[in-house]
Write a protein that binds this ligand. Structure first.
Ligand code: NAD
Length: 443
């Protein structure tokens, strides 16, 4: 099938690549000329396991094209995906300017019938706005072309995005058009063979489903962080509590890890956006407001431990930092807890020596060259000459380090672990002072 994808980011690029892999003919459009040029040279702008060979082979086979030429893209596809960013506006609500700009572009260049599929995460009612934008633009141009608008939110997880798109848990289709549903079922049929994963519904419910999913996951994290904060005060160990409650199948073990807060491009902005949408509809989303507030505080937790340990005297301290990305297996630094920590350390006069397996380039791009940030080639090099170690991201490579070497390298035998990777009693045996989240020893 002939498919066009607007927006070559984490969502657009991965979806385009997997669709090309199963034989669809995909044209990707982005306004970022640099990104398009790099992709044509085989340089993939993001780190995502398995993505590079997929993009390269399909590009070489001619099934995956990259361009900034919107007209060419719109002529190509009868199915047109919108996968551009929906960043938070100043007040936290989702900014739809990129989505609506694409809608206008589609209307400007479309000739025959098109199915416009919204994959970006957008507030309920956005499909109506897209429809109106296309209709108004067509009218102003004197065109009478027909079109459908479908909501097809994306559920991929950064770090396993290729696998998630190849083997989706569900494919949500919000549509009022039988014809559009038929086409999308056909498009997704290569990914829908094991059992029927397509769940069809009205457009507004599909739009809300995406927010509900992300807000539920964020709620699990903030809830667990709240229990961790209580465990600290009560002298309990949250890791025992986690195993204790996870054994209840109604709760389950997944996504109940306490830590130094959630980040990324989705949870923070989607929780905020739903809170703002609720307000606009005259409803105060109190649970979600609390989820956001708990997470905000949780991101400051590591700095609080550190600051308290050194009685507020951090001037001149050199901090070894392992993990910069907001979670493992990605280079994405958006809303990462490491950023909150580093910025607070710098403000307190400390410097940072950091290592991350994938996010070093992105860190450099964000912070540029500064005296109080040194990016090192290995996790061991980050320890050299540092006063203590902080862990912000649970990369596999950090799970079983050489503790003797850590102790020998640091001025103080001290670890602040924002992801609860180690056993506190074991750390004690190594002679390491160990702060973790909600494990009793941190208060
Ligand atoms: P991203 O920022 O990585 O990529 C967006 C791309 O859109 C950029 O390359 C940008 O240049 C391009 N763009 C902007 N305006 C354009 C236009 N007019 N025409 C063509 N391209 C344009 O964003 P992302 O992380 O891929 O997210 C996209 C959407 O998907 C967001 O709504 C996000 O909430 C949602 N989403 C993201 C994830 C995720 O894990 N990243 C998962 C599910 C859903």
């Amino acid at each position: 099938m002939r498919v066009t994808v607007f927006g070559i980011g984490y969502v657009g690029l991965v979806q385009a690549a997997v669709m090309a892999e199963v034989g669809h003919d995909v044209v990707c459009i982005d306004v970022d000329q640099n990104k398009v040029d790099k992709l044509k040279e085989g340089i993939i702008p993001i780190y995502e396991p398995g993505l590079t060979p997929l993009v390269k082979s399909n590009f070489e086979a001619g099934r995956l094209q990259f361009t900034t030429d919107a007209k060419k893209g719109i002529e190509h596809g009868n199915l047109i995906f919108i996968a551009v960013g929906t960043p938070p506006d100043e007040d936290g609500s989702a900014d739809l300017k990129y989505v609506l700009a694409v809608a206008e572009t589609i209307a400007t260049h479309m000739q025959g019938h098109k199915v416009v599929i919204n994959k970006s995460t957008v507030p309920v009612g956005t499909a109506d706005k897209v429809r109106n934008k296309i209709s108004d633009t067509l009218k102003s141009l004197g065109k009478e072309t027909t079109f459908d608008v479908v909501s097809n939110p994306e559920f991929l997880k950064e770090g396993s995005a290729v696998n998630d798109c190849m083997r989706p848990d569900r494919i949500i289709l919000g549509t009022d058009s039988e014809q559009a549903e038929k086409l999308l079922r056909e498009l997704y049929s290569p990914f829908n063979r094991n059992h029927d994963k397509v769940i069809t519904m009205d457009i507004r419910s599909a739009e809300l489903t995406k927010y509900a999913a992300n807000c539920m996951l964020a709620t699990k994290i903030s809830f667990m962080n709240e229990i961790a904060n209580l465990a600290e005060r009560f002298g309990a160990d949250v890791e025992n509590v986690r195993r204790g409650i996870g054994s209840d199948p109604r709760i389950g073990y997944q996504f109940i890890y306490p830590g130094c807060g959630y980040g990324g491009s989705c949870f923070p902005k989607d929780v905020q956006a739903l809170v703002r949408s609720a307000n606009a509809a005259g409803y105060q989303a109190r649970v979600l407001e609390a989820v956001e507030a708990v997470n905000y505080d949780q991101k400051e937790k590591l700095f609080e431990y550190i600051n308290r340990h050194f009685s507020g005297d951090l001037k001149g301290k050199k901090v070894a930092l392992w993990g910069l990305s907001f979670k493992p297996n990605t280079d994405d630094m958006r809303e990462a807890s490491s950023r909150v920590l580093m910025e607070k350390l710098w403000a307190a006069g400390a410097s940072v020596q950091a290592f991350d397996p994938e996010a070093m380039e992105e860190t450099q791009r964000i912070y540029g060259v500064r005296q109080d940030l040194q990016l090192t080639g290995t996790k061991e090099a980050a320890l050299a000459g540092a006063d203590f170690l902080v862990i912000c991201t649970e990369w596999q490579a950090f799970r079983a380090p050489d503790f003797e070497a850590i102790k020998a390298a640091l001025t103080y035998p001290l670890i602040f672990d924002g992801r609860n990777l180690f056993e506190p009693t074991r750390m004690m045996e190594y002679g390491l002072h160990y702060y973790a989240i909600g494990r009793g020893l941190s208060v």
